[in-house]
Every structure is written in C-alpha cells, then in structure tokens.
Design a protein around this ligand. Sequence first.
Ligand SMILES: *[C@@H]1O[C@H](CO)[C@@H](O)[C@H](O)[C@H]1NC(C)=O
Length: 327
Amino acid sequence: MSKSFLLFTIIVVISFGLWVLYASAELQRFTQPCKSDGSLDFLVVGDWGRRGEYNQSEVAYQMGEIGEKLDIDFVISTGDNFYDNGLTSDHDPFFEESFTKIYTAKSLQKQWYAVLGNHDYRGDAEAQLSPFLREIDCRWLCLRSFIVDAELVEMFFVDTTPFVQEYYTETEHTYDWSGINPPKSYVSNLLKNVELALKESSAKWKIVIGHHAIRSIGHHGDTQELIDQLLPILQANNVDFYMNGHDHCLEHISDTKSPIQFLTSGAGSKTYRGDIQEKGEGLKFYYDGQGFMSVQLTPSDAKIEFYDVDGNVLHTVTSSKQLYSSF
Ligand SMILES: *[C@@H]1O[C@H](CO)[C@@H](O)[C@H](O)[C@H]1NC(C)=O
C-alpha cells in the first residue's frame, strides 16, 4: 500500500467518524415534572424584551395574575427575546433590564424555556445560551434546539431562524451565524433529529415550538421554508400544536391537512402593526394587539386561551383525546 493511499484512507476514516458524530448529535433533553394530579399549566409569550416599553410591563403584570390563577409550572418564550439586536454579550445589562426586572410576579418565578428569534441572531446569539445568564437569573434556559419531557407532553423547541433564506442575503442587518455553518447541513441535521425524536415520542401530547410561524396572516405571513421542510414532519408524527412568535399578534389557524393547530403568541410588547394579509385558509382567530397565551393540559384535554393586555380572554382553543387509546 502506498503512503499516499494510506494517508487518504486515514483521512476518509476520520472524516466519516466525525460525520457520524455530528449527524447523530441528539437534541439535549430536560425533564419537567407535572403536578401531582398529572396536569400541567404554562404561559407562552413572544417578541418582548424592550425594558418594559410598548406595554411589555403591562403584559408581564397580567401574565403574573393569570400565572397565579392557573398555578403555572413554567413559561415558554417563542423568541425575539431582546430588541432590536439581541444581547451584545452575556454581561449585557439589557438581560436584567428586559427580563429579570420586568417579569417580577411571584407566579412567574418558574423555569423559562426560550428559543432564539431572528432579532436575537442580530446580536451575539450565543450570549443568550450562556450558562452565565442562569447565574444572574436561574429561571432562564435558552438553547437553539432542545426537548422538554413533561410526561404527558413532550415539547420540541426548534431553532427556526437558520431555515429562512432571506437572512443570508439581506444587507440591511447582519446575523451571527457562528455555530450554524454550513447552514444547509445544520438545518438538515436538525430536521433529522426532530423527526427521530418525534417518532420515538410516546407522550400523549406533542408540541413543537419555534420562533417563526409556519402559517400566519400577520406582517411576515407564512414561512415557506418551514411549510416545505418542517411541516411534513409534524404532520406525519401526530403533533398537536405548533407554537411560535415572529408576527406581533395573537393568532389561531387550523391546518387543513392534519389536526395540527398553529398558535402565534408574539405579542409581548410592540404590536398594532395593522397590516393583515388576506384571510388565510383555516383562520380561527387574529388579534393585532398585545397579550399572551396560556396552556392547560391533562391527559385527556387541552385548553388554550389568548389574553389581551388587560387580562381579558379573547379566544379559547380546546382539544380532547381518548383516555385509553393506544399510541
Ligand atoms: C398599551 O395598551 C393600551 C390598552 O390598555 C393601549 O391603548 C395602548 O395603545 C398600548 N400602548 C402601546 C404603546 O402599544
């Protein structure tokens, strides 16, 4: 065997090994306990961090009230956590100014699970993932993609910003793609992991969370990349709800090809954009003002409510499952 052939073989073997390692990197998992009666309650808010401005503080106050009433177990953030350009580093005081000092109610002193939005990618994206933020405020848990297993529900958090092609070419803003390169394999690897995890899940309820809407009639509208790449995986694996932010509104759209309900909660601060696209297929509810969403789950029933800035219920979604059906 010639030396160069040996060298070639070694390189091939090593790169294949690295590829296997990379391709099989599973999504990180966290366990979230349910209540003792097996139920679970949480709030969902998105597109919020503005030092309390644009009614962020008022929404936070009502989240505290509803959180108390429902005895919530945790809070989900659908991304665009810090405006306009994410955090500059994990020492950025904006974190405390827009999170710790705003969501002060007793009922909100629970675990927060957050994904990144496109605005978060305009700053130091990795800053929000830093364990140092958890030292400043132990509620904060933000990762790119991860799974929270809460027995009766499994929640799949998906990093949707790298899917959106226009961010790679637009010149108006710069994005922090460190850790994403090359985007194509990052996205295909992520899709593979989400599909595998969904297939293996035996939870009663399956919820997928991302920043970008799959379906929306708001300012940004549908995200075609997610319709093409993510939606078929959700449709094939009995996902109940897809929850997102991005459009600064509250919204409920039913999928026309599956039982999936698309729920937008992106109204944590600045809203009233006023530009609604033509009435979309499956539209059930749309509200252009501030607010948030609550989710109440039992093994048989889901109840989801949308609230405005004064805590009034604007819309309710219910869903039931047969208790003793096989998976
Ligand atoms: C804040 O909410 C009130 C309703 O309580 C609304 O009238 C007002 O326009 C909102 N402010 C902003 C900046 O959106």
